[in-house]
Design a protein around this ligand. Structure first.
Ligand SMILES: [Zn+2]
Length: 268
């Protein structure tokens, strides 16, 4: 991490947040804060201490999930900084928290160079990444989980086809490093994109094999066949969501058909 980019780990570890949410501060005098994190007084204090009285040009949100955004109102109140997120967010639809809706190609200025907005839907429909032109770093939110080879893509918010396209989009940027919101930095982005794509393709192939073996099935019927009986019970809901995303993807691709009663039937 360059001197222009700092990260602060929030005290919210968990099965879905790994060691906690990472808040990034880009710049010193006119910084941007990316994903202020959960509503936790100690974490807010740590962000304000790191800012050292500097007024952020923006509080940037990769997506709406509360482990990234719940601190935004308090940080905005304490600093006067504008809060920005892409359209599609379920946060505050009346708009009095959000000062600006981020769009493809927007540039957010900091004293350490601009951050470019890159739409990366998949984990959530409004998800964006921020590309730091100076260092080539990409702030990827929940599109990657540091130390893992997968992230949560679960309907109704998650969309597997969109996620796979976002992986390609990220590869095309050739970033120098990925800064995820959970887990450590990813030093080799090209390798990580390939690994994430491979992981998801293997899961899709496993679901196809399980459907072929079992005949028409519901999501719940396939969990043990795809994830094995040793699946961490805390991850069962996430696994079910991920399977639902894959079944929806296969149906959209014309490889499976949804039948009444939540059943899916393999066509190929
Ligand atoms: Zn999330």
């Amino acid at each position: 991490m360059t001197a222009a980019i700092r990260s602060l780990l929030a005290p919210n570890p968990g099965a879905m947040t790994l060691d906690g949410t990472r808040t990034y501060i880009v710049g010193r005098d006119r910084p941007a804060v990316i994903d202020p994190g959960p509503d936790d007084p100690a974490h807010l204090r740590a962000i304000l201490d790191a800012l050292g009285g500097a007024s952020p040009t923006a509080i940037l949100l990769t997506h709406s999930h509360s482990d990234h955004t719940a601190a935004a109102p308090a940080l905005a109140a304490a600093t006067g900084a504008p809060v920005m997120i892409a359209r599609g967010s379920h946060l505050n639809p009346e708009g009095d928290l959000i000062s600006r809706w981020l769009e493809e190609g927007d540039e957010i200025e900091t004293d350490a160079g601009a951050l470019h907005v890159v739409p990366t839907p998949g984990h959530a429909p409004e998800h964006v990444a921020f590309h730091h032109s100076g260092s080539g770093a990409l702030f990827v939110g929940d599109t990657f989980m540091g130390g893992l080879d997968t992230t949560l893509v679960s309907p109704p918010e998650g969309d597997l086809a969109a996620y796979l396209r976002s992986l390609e989009r990220i590869a095309s940027l050739a970033p120098s490093i990925l800064h995820p919101a959970h887990g450590p930095d990813i030093a080799d982005p090209a390798e990580a994109v390939a690994r994430y794509r491979r992981h998801r393709e293997e899961r899709i192939a496993q679901v196809v094999r399980a459907l072929r073996a079992a005949g028409p099935s519901r999501t719940g019927d396939l969990i043990d066949a795809v994830y094995g009986a040793e699946l961490d019970p805390r991850l069962r809901l996430a696994a079910e969501g991920s399977l639902t995303a894959i079944l929806g993807y296969l149906a959209a691709e014309g490889r499976a058909r949804a039948l009444p009663g939540g059943l899916f039937h393999l066509l190929d």
